[in-house]
Design a protein around this ligand. Sequence first.
Ligand code: NAP
Length: 238
Amino acid sequence: MSLKGKRVVIVGGTSGIGLSTAKAFQDESAQVIIASRSASKISKATQTLGQGVEGHELDFRSEENAAEFFKNIGQIDHLVVTAGEGAMGLFRDLPVSDARDAFDSKFWGQYIIARAAIPYLDKSGSITLTSGVYGLRPPHGASTLAAINSAIEGLVRGLAVELAPTRVNVVSPGIVDTPIYAGMSNEQRNNMFAGISEQLPVGRVAKPEDIAETYVYLAKNGFTTGTAVLIDGGARLI
Ligand SMILES: NC(=O)c1ccc[n+]([C@@H]2O[C@H](COP(=O)([O-])OP(=O)(O)OC[C@H]3O[C@@H](n4cnc5c(N)ncnc54)[C@H](OP(=O)(O)O)[C@@H]3O)[C@@H](O)[C@H]2O)c1
């Protein structure tokens, strides 16, 4: 299925996996619209992506914002959502309010934006959400993310049935080198990536481009729906 001229919205398309995904859809000659909260990230990303890309401010946790966003942009062919903030910490230590905030962002944000898109989404198009390998294989401190990622994958199976013929899928990445780890020092981050790389069958952590092509595949392949595509370098096996 060609993506040439198709209108593709990427919520979270201003950084990391989303920004690479925007580039990957551009390479397929799609018309790309990116959205996130920060005006400066939008401006930087639209400059990086170059001509023809539209950028919009959006907080996907707000139903009002989401409704206004689609009212402004109108009909679309595909929706990709990579936005979302998680929470790490041992179950007994992580404050419940932090776990709720993470659900508000990564689970409810994706729920709200997918719901708001329905009237504007071409029925032959697709929705692709984002979960993560911690849904299947949580290390210590990832029980909240395990719950969020599993909830997203459950939602996707339900939506694939309910929104048919629109296809609904989810990408589940392993560890990817993106600005999500910008809060760590370089040394901490490099040590973490080196430790993980040593254990992974593929011998490295992912680059955002590794994950981006999975979103393109899911938008293009008209026979795939209700599926979680795990792209984790073999993390679930170790
Ligand atoms: N990187 C990894 O190792 C990894 C592994 C597994 C799963 N994932 C998942 O993959 C997804 C993307 O991660 P990433 O590494 O690409 O992160 P990232 O580089 O931090 O990008 C996150 C993007 O989401 C946007 N965003 C965050 N909250 C938002 C909100 N409330 N409304 C609208 N946009 C919002 C951010 O822009 P603004 O700040 O401008 O809003 C940014 O564009 C996340 O769901 C993450 O949990 C990542």
